[in-house]
Design a protein around this ligand. Structure first.
Ligand code: GLN
Length: 571
């Protein structure tokens, strides 16, 4: 018998009769039996906003009471983005289970309640890696291994695995496909999705295509031709989009432009969504809601869902828009050309601003100038708080140490993240505990005071990909500290991405001086790993080995960011 109310793919049923029956239900798309799929593709240009569309749709569907899951397919050959330069590709977002993923997954977690995992981000490199390993194990039984069907089968199985291995009945899986339609790289993914649609049946999946509709000044109008061409490329592959989301810059699509795109692209008028630039970011889904994107998608998927409850989200957006106060935070580090390299940190500051009813302005300050004669005071004195964020390598480190010293001595609220904590420990060791040579072995492998050193399990590692200390670990908090007050709990789980740690053999000499407070630790067998440090007698100085930014959402600011901004406001 087919288990009622359980979502089972026909292939997992034992009797032939059950399989036939289940297949019919698949085709009809009977509610409650199986998971439905939304695929999000992008056209015309990259960075067209597929990630925000996917995350925003996730929010709208959750607001209708549906259980959703999200994933991203990335067409590059890296097995994961962990080895990619964040200044080129954007931040590496880390999940609880330690996956190093694309920054769009950060949007998924900030807009929805989904918790993402290793299964949520699949790359071409990851797919080929798995197929080649299977081939080496002889699992293809002498067959010639090819893009179709072996690579496409692997892609489809990854999409299915997201829900079949899960305990929860997922109603809708939203899958974003990285890259732009027409790229050579994304072809196997699109072919896999074409097959997927055929296998699950039309009412069980739909395609949303996000494209650019540029405004041409000389003609004084929005041009729909690039969209028509990109839909045509999609059709060449055999995929007909069901919904088209048009990025129109500062303009709104007129009714006639909407109708023109609908007619040429063979899509219903009400399935053409006008997506003009909207700020703040978190207001974007409300624009989709106004145009009934959720209703359109639910109708396509043949799902009956409850009324929408977006009141909390709308209230948050109002609070964000209405803040009149401002705090200025100096983020001291290597000069960064684009915001995406520290996406989650920037967003965590927005969230902290919402809870403190203020607007947080984060300004990047180049740390190297403090190594070339510029006094930190001259640059930093106008700021309400100082942040030293994550990083790798030795460039600009001495300048960061000087910035920490300035924050500590002048009682300016300070937040250190990962490398920021390591740098803060070095500063305190050098300037408060007389260890003038204190350093990290990352920056000076020969230092005679290795106050920050390589984690024991990192020694002798050759592979760089996926080998850091990654993901969520428990941190026990010491009562009476800033961290304990911020979290209001005795322990927390926070996410990590590092190779170096506080060297415990220096713990005593540092503790003797009395400046440094260890407020959070992780028990790793017998070994106590320092997770959070503070400075005694300072209004707010807190630095963590973990990355608090990955756990911040607009509806619930991360506690350390929240209290840091609150301290900056008080100043
Ligand atoms: N480079 C340091 C380490 O590997 C800090 C890493 C980070 O800031 N994410 O430990």
């Amino acid at each position: 018998m087919i288990p009622l109310g359980k979502r089972v793919p026909p292939s997992s049923l034992s009797t032939f009769y059950d399989q036939i029956l289940a297949y019919c239900i698949y085709i009809q798309g009977r509610d409650g039996l199986m998971t439905k799929y939304v695929f999000v593709t992008g056209g015309v240009v990259s960075s067209v906003g597929k990630g925000i569309l996917a995350a925003g749709l996730g929010l709208l569907l959750e607001a209708r009471g549906l259980k959703i899951a999200m994933m991203k397919l990335d067409p590059y050959i890296n097995v994961d983005p962990g080895t990619m330069n964040p200044f080129e590709h954007g931040e590496v977002f880390v999940t609880d289970d330690g996956a190093e993923t694309d920054l769009d997954l950060g949007h998924y977690e900030r807009f929805t309640t989904c918790k993402l995992s290793q299964k949520s981000n699949v790359t071409t490199g990851g797919i080929y890696n798995a197929v080649i390993q299977k081939e080496r194990r002889g699992e293809y039984l002498g067959k010639t291994v090819q893009v179709i069907p072996h690579i496409t089968d692997e892609i489809k199985s990854r999409i299915r695995k997201l829900t079949t291995d899960s305990e929860i009945n997922v109603d809708v899986v939203i899958v974003e496909i990285g890259g732009t339609v027409g790229d050579i790289e994304s072809l196997p993914f699109l072919e896999a999705l074409r097959q997927f649609r055929l296998e699950v049946g039309p009412p069980n999946c739909c395609f949303i295509h996000v494209t650019l509709v540029p405004y041409i000044e000389a003609a004084g109008e929005l041009k729909t031709k690039p969209t028509q061409h990109s839909v045509r490329s999609l059709r060449d592959i055999g995929i007909q989009p069901n919904v088209i989301v048009c990025r129109t810059g500062p303009y709104n699509l007129s009714e006639s432009e909407r109708h023109k795109i609908a007619m040429f692209c063979d899509v219903m008028d009400d399935a053409i969504i006008s997506a003009k630039d909207i700020s703040p970011l978190y207001a974007i889904p409300l624009n989709f809601k106004q145009q009934k994107l959720d209703d359109t998608v639910l109708k396509l998927l043949n799902i009956e869902a409850g009324e929408s409850d977006l009141a909390g989200w709308a209230k948050m957006v109002e609070r964000l828009k209405s803040s009149t106060r401002e705090v200025r935070i100096a983020a001291v580090g290597k000069y960064v050309g684009h915001d995406d390299a520290y996406k989650s940190i920037n967003e965590a500051f927005v969230h902290a601003g919402i809870e403190n009813d203020c607007c947080v302005k984060v300004e990047w300050v180049d740390s190297e100038q403090f190594e070339k004669g510029v006094e930190p005071a001259d640059v930093l004195k106008g700021f309400d708080g100082i942040l030293v964020g994550p990083g790798f390598g030795s460039r600009g480190i001495e300048g960061k140490i000087r910035a920490v010293q300035y924050a500590r001595e002048n009682k300016i609220p300070f937040l250190g993240i990962c490398l920021g904590m390591q740098v803060a420990v070095i500063e305190i060791a050098r300037n408060c505990a007389g260890l003038s040579n204190a350093n990290s072995t990352e920056f000076d492998p020969e230092t005679d005071a290795p106050i920050i050193s390589l984690l024991s399990e990192q020694k002798g590692l050759k592979d760089m990909g996926g080998t850091m200390r990654l993901g969520a670990y428990r941190c026990d908090l010491k009562p009476g500290t800033l961290a304990h007050a911020a979290y209001g709990a005795d322990s927390v789980d926070e996410r990590h991405r590092h190779r170096y740690e506080f060297n415990n053999s220096f713990l005593e000499s540092l503790a003797e001086n009395g400046t440094l407070v260890i407020s959070g630790t992780h028990m790793k067998g017998e070994h106590e790993l320092v997770e959070i440090i503070e400075v005694k007698g300072h209004p707010w100085f807190c630095a963590s080995q973990f990355h608090p930014e990955f756990n911040s959402t607009p509806l619930k600011a991360q506690p350390l960011f929240r209290d840091f901004v609150s301290a900056a406001l008080k100043r």
